[in-house]
Design a protein around this ligand. Structure first.
Ligand code: 5AD
Ligand code: SF4
Length: 343
């Protein structure tokens, strides 16, 4: 192992604040002994701060309509051939009941940015789910006005996922031509102010993204004190402008997961579907490199193939998730799986 790697790892082990340079050194760990040592440290820190429980979140993809045109995403407005669907309020509420019946403690309502669901409608749905179940409600519906976030929060929503995607403002501008970096970061700040548990995250291997960008992504999440971090590799989709770009690398993605655990410590972090999509043991490896959450898909089966953010999206059902957790000698989370803040 190289000396500068060993020095950075030693400081990480002593739980010192990591500088950008040190994070970059860890992110450059050579595959083999160095990555082994990095993942093992992340796993130890995961154990120390969030324990052996792996929390399950039921992911319900309520609509694949989107008004935006992110260059990387298969749900983008200009992907005309994509078959679009949208669940009704009754279907959504019904699926929430069933999720609770199957033992889920959290439901995640996710969609493209779909204005069909008005603030009134969403507010009503959230209030009903909160009134009639004991579920934690996580929303992942994109950028909204502060007032909307506030109303959802008052209706009982507990958590919100809004990945910052990439901190490098030039790449952000290019890949999200109809979003403003400043506004997206503002949304994350509002969500914090409103008392949500906030999730952010980024993609690994976006065209033009450097190791320093990736370290900045992690540092940003640390600065924002986010509660949840979702990291996945970029996967090119044939019906997007990035179709000919290279896919994000598995090892680099796992390194980003590990460094996020080392830097952010007590956060909740899923082993994402995107990691599993690029490698058949991706989720398992992520769980062994710092991750502590799985998000089984609870969307109606007929919709799943149409929620094609990227191609060949890996599936995960509840039984498979439990099997994986048991095979790793970990425990299925019994409580709500809120962030366990240590300080
Ligand atoms: N590859 C990997 N992840 C993607 N996402 C969107 N497009 C891709 C892709 N091609 C992720 C983004 C976004 C969420 C909808 O999915 O991080 O937040
Ligand atoms: Fe829409 Fe989100 Fe995909 Fe962008 S990443 S096109 S906002 S679903």
């Amino acid at each position: 192992m190289k000396q500068d790697f060993l020095n950075a790892l030693e400081r990480a082990q002593q739980e010192k604040n990591m500088s950008i340079d040190e994070m970059m050194i860890l992110l450059s760990a050579q595959e083999g002994e160095e990555t082994g040592a990095l993942f093992s440290l992340a796993n130890k820190i995961r154990h120390k701060y969030v324990g052996e429980e792996v929390h399950l979140r039921g992911l319900l993809e309520i609509s694949n309509y989107c008004t935006r045109n992110c260059l990387y995403c298969g749900l983008r407005l200009d992907n005309q051939p994509l078959v679009r669907y949208r669940m009704t309020e009754e279907e959504i509420i019904d699926t929430a009941y069933r999720a609770e019946h199957h033992g889920f403690k959290t439901i995640v309502l996710q969609s493209g940015e779909d204005p069909y669901y008005s603030t009134d409608m969403l507010e009503k749905m959230i209030a009903k789910i909160k009134k009639e179940t004991d579920l934690v409600v996580t929303l992942s519906l994109g950028e909204k006005d502060r007032e909307d976030y506030k109303r959802f929060r008052e209706a009982g929503a507990n958590r919100y996922l809004l990945k910052h995607e990439i901190m490098n403002p030039l790449i952000f501008k290019k890949l999200k031509p109809d979003s403003l970096w400043r506004e997206r970061i503002q949304c994350i700040a509002w969500l914090r102010e409103l008392g949500y548990e906030v999730g952010s995250g980024c993609m690994v291997g976006l065209p033009g993204q450097s190791l320093s960008d990736l370290a900045q992504d992690i540092l940003f999440m640390k600065r924002m004190n986010v509660d949840m971090v979702g990291i996945g590799p970029f996967i090119p989709h044939a019906q997007t402008p990035l179709k000919d770009e290279k896919m994000g690398d598995l090892t680099l993605t796992l390194k980003a997961v590990a460094v996020s655990r080392i830097v952010l410590k007590d956060i909740n972090m899923p082993a994402t579907t995107a990691i599993e999509t690029i490698h058949p043991e991706g989720r398992k490896r992520a769980l062994e490199a710092g991750a502590n959450v799985l998000m089984p898909n609870i969307s109606p089966v007929e919709n799943r193939k149409h929620y094609e953010i990227y191609p060949n999206k890996a599936a995960l059902d509840l039984e498979e998730a439990k099997k994986l957790i048991n095979a790793l000698g970990r425990k299925v989370g019994q409580g709500h799986g809120n962030r366990m803040k240590r300080n």
